[in-house]
Structures are given as C-alpha cells and as structure tokens.
Design a protein around this ligand. Structure first.
Ligand code: ZN
Length: 243
C-alpha cells in the first residue's frame, strides 16, 4: 500500500472489507463458497443442519425473517410476499436506499425485486433466494434512472456508473455484503469508473471488481464479480446470520 493511501480510502475499507470486524469475514479474504445459482451438485440442495456454518442459509428456509417495509419514496418493492429476508439483508437494503436518496435526490428510488418468501424455501425462477440472504436489485442507467416495471438489460454504455458505484459502496459500507453478482461487461465499466475518478487505487479496484476467473463461478474471488445473465440487475448476497 502506498504511503498516505489509507487517508483516502472510503469508509467501507475501514468498516469491513480489509478488516474482519465484529466476527464477519471480509468477502475479499474469505473462502469461496458454493453458490446455488450455479451449483450443479445436487447434494448442495441437501445440506444437513450440521453442514458448514455458511451452508444453512443457502438451502431451505428463512427463520425469523423480516419484511422489507413499504417505503416507496426510498425504494420500490416489487412483491410484498417475496420481500422477506434476514435482518441483515433488510438493513443493508434500507440503509443503502436511504443513502442513495440523500446522495442522489434526483435519482429514481432503488428497485428491489425478489428476496425470499416469508419462510424461505424454493422460489420460482431462482436457484437461490431460499434463506433470505439474496436480493435482486435494479441497475441505474442514463442519469439515475431505474426501470420501474421490471428489470431490463442495461448496456455498458447506458450504465450510470457513478450511481451504481454509490449504491454498491453504500451496501459494502455496511460490512455485511458477502458478494454481488453482475455481468462482467458491467463490472468492467464500474472498475474503470472508480479508477478514472480516483476513488480507488488500481489495486483496490481490481480486488473489488475482479476479472472473470477460470473455473466455476462460485469459486470466483472478489466482492463484485461476474455471473452470466446479470445485465439487468445485481444479485446481492449478505453473510449468513450467526446461529
Ligand atoms: Zn438473484
């Protein structure tokens, strides 16, 4: 790290990405874990309760879930019955959305798609979203716009890099985000943005927005990384709650 760099680092570096605070491991340093969206091994769906600590919240159910409150000024919640998540996830979504309303008051409210059902379990159209730790979140395009009536593809040239970076940063600032999945073409735009604006050093930018790695998607490192088919929203996963 070059001298003096720490004084320019955004808050989230102090809060959790580079240091493991309050028992939560930073995503950049933790072991990659199987990711149900891409998992082909059927046994991943049959994890027992004494599986690895990270495993239980991927699999079947949501316990003590909270519902994302109705708050249309701050965010648009698509389906109330699919807006249930862990306390951490609900807090990440509300905190980041409130911060966006403050940082970019002219921007559209954040669009929040499927999370999980009240008790979790299989959710139509998703392989994950079972344990209240996954949420689909819209992407800003143009100048702070979001598609309100359903996710639509956003091309790299239409992506509002600044607004999406602010949203991602707000979520990472909570220290509770395990990873964010996004198509690599959009990851690249965000990485270029944070380097060009000087918000992050090259090294930091590549660590948060890595290149597409070899091998299975769920073995990828880095916080915001590639998954195919995510050009119209980002998939946000928070850490499993302590049990
Ligand atoms: Zn998703």
């Amino acid at each position: 790290m070059e001298p003096g760099l720490s004084t320019r680092l955004p808050a989230f570096f102090a809060l959790g990405l580079l240091t493991a605070g309050s028992g939560m491991r930073p995503a950049v340093a933790q072991e990659p874990v199987p990711w149900l969206e891409e998992a082909e091994e059927p046994e991943l769906l049959n994890l027992s309760d004494d599986s690895e600590p990270w495993a239980w919240c991927y699999k079947k159910s949501l316990e003590n879930g909270e519902q994302l409150p109705y708050n249309p000024r701050i965010y648009k919640r698509w389906h109330a019955d699919k807006a249930w998540g862990t306390a951490d996830l609900i807090d990440v979504l509300t905190t980041a959305s409130e911060e966006m309303a403050w940082l970019l008051p002219q921007a559209d409210p954040v669009v929040i798609g499927d999370i999980s059902t009240r008790n979790g379990g299989r959710l139509d159209g998703h392989k994950s979203h079972r344990g209240g730790v996954d949420a689909d979140v819209g992407l800003y395009w143009g100048e702070g716009q979001m598609f309100m009536q359903g996710f639509r593809n956003v091309s790299p040239k239409d992506l509002d890099a600044r607004a999406n970076w602010l949203l991602i940063r707000s979520m990472l600032d909570t220290g509770r985000v395990e990873r964010i999945l996004l198509d690599q073409a959009l990851v690249r735009v965000l990485r270029d943005h944070v380097i060009e604006t000087g918000e992050l050093s090259r090294e930091e930018a590549w660590r948060i927005f890595p290149a597409t790695g070899d091998g299975e998607m769920w073995r990828q490192q880095g916080v915001v990384h590639h998954v195919a088919g995510h050009r119209h929203h980002m998939h946000v996963r928070v850490f499993c709650p302590e049990r």
